[in-house]
Design a protein around this ligand. Structure first.
Ligand code: NAD
Ligand code: UDP
Length: 314
């Protein structure tokens, strides 16, 4: 099959391209390198099954292409406002690619009878009042807060995808990705990469707030398996949570990284929790378990060890 991956030079996108090339598909990676890097795909460039096109996915496809599937992953993804690659630093790019981009790509998929998958996020639940979050939960999201350029753009991307399914019969699916980590993650301010990098340099772990907020962390290989299963086995118009349901406080994450790296880094409480930073987040993955036959296999400890080795040998 010919498969388009937007955001294919990013962290998740490049691992997805790896898997699809391994499965012998023809992969076309479309990326404008806004937050991604050619280093993530340099090893694929020799493959006759891989093509890279540098282009902005907000405008749809850059040329007339024939294809069977699109995975739409292009978007900045880090919330950290102090990092130049975060969605708070790139608000208009973030809104455009998740709204206009999703719209154009749905049209392109429809015109070719191709399947479409939209990479949404747990951020559509905002600071959730229901725990763990099921796909039926409609969220607690600010339309005006600093995270809204991402959260609301992803929510509208979901609406666009579901409208193309409902009114035009597009074969489209939506995936809500919960915090995922692993090799090739850019140092873009997200907590796992910040803490592991700090640990390897014996620098303090910068903890925002009191560190009692929770997240659940999924290793990248598990997430990629979930994406391909959703594309193949997912039901048209459905939305699936993909993430690891084991929940940790940010302090527990720091302690685990401290123990695994044997670092002298200390935990440092560096200020209040950023505005609208969710206090709890954990996916209910029953739907993905039942409908896709998917669940994560890699524990936090195992995944962190892999990331640590990668960063030490890079
Ligand atoms: P990333 O920043 O590593 O990758 C995103 C890629 O998209 C980058 O290569 C970037 O250059 C590219 N891109 C951005 N805007 C573009 C545009 N207009 N045109 C073409 N390419 C563009 O981030 P990631 O963690 O790999 O995230 C990938 C997707 O998964 C994003 O849509 C993100 O919202 C979603 N997601 C990720 C996580 C996570 O924990 N990693 C969680 C929830 C959702
Ligand atoms: N966080 C932190 N220190 C950092 C980066 C993040 O304490 O250097 C916290 C952040 O406030 C949030 C959690 O870790 O509560 C996860 O943040 P991340 O940026 O990974 O993404 P989010 O899950 O908020 O989208």
């Amino acid at each position: 099959m010919v498969i388009i991956v937007t955001g294919g030079a990013g962290f998740l996108g490049s691992h997805l391209c790896d898997k699809l090339v391994e499965l012998d598909h023809q992969v076309i990676c479309i990326d404008n390198l806004l937050t991604g890097s050619l280093n993530n795909i340099v090893h694929l460039q020799q493959s006759p099954n891989f093509q890279f096109i540098q282009a902005d996915a907000s405008e749809g496809l850059p040329q007339d292409l024939d294809f069977d599937q699109i995975y739409h992953l292009a978007s900045p993804a880090s919330p950290n406002k102090d990092n130049p690659k975060s969605y708070q630093a790139l608000p208009f790019d973030t809104m455009q690619v998740n709204t206009f981009g999703t719209w154009s790509l749905c049209e392109e998929a429809l015109a070719r009878g191709a399947k479409f998958l939209f990479a949404s996020t747990s951020e559509v639940y905002g600071d959730p009042l229901e725990h763990p979050q099921k796909e039926t939960y409609q969220g607690n999201v600010s339309t005006l807060g600093p995270r809204s350029v991402y959260d609301e753009a992803k929510r509208f991307g979901e609406t666009v995808t579901s409208a193309f399914v409902r009114y035009n019969n597009l074969d489209g699916k939506i995936i809500r990705i919960f915090n995922t980590y692993g090799p090739r993650m850019a140092p873009d301010g997200r907590v796992v990469i910040e803490f592991v990098t700090a640990a390897l340099q014996n620098k303090p772990f910068p903890v925002f707030g009191d560190g009692k907020q929770t997240r659940s962390f999924c290793f990248v290989s598990d997430l990629i398996d979930g994406l391909t299963l959703a594309m193949e086995k997912g039901v048209k118009g459905e939305v699936y949570n993909l993430g690891n349901p084991q929940e940790f406080t940010i302090l527990e994450l720091a302690e685990k990284i401290k123990q695994l790296t044997n670092t002298s880094s200390e935990i440092s409480l560096v200020g209040s929790l950023p505005k609208d930073d969710p206090m709890r987040r954990c996916p209910d993955i029953q739907k993905a378990r039942e409908m896709l036959g998917w669940e994560p296999k890699v524990s936090l400890e195992e995944g962190l060890k892999k990331l640590i080795v990668y960063l030490q040998t890079k």
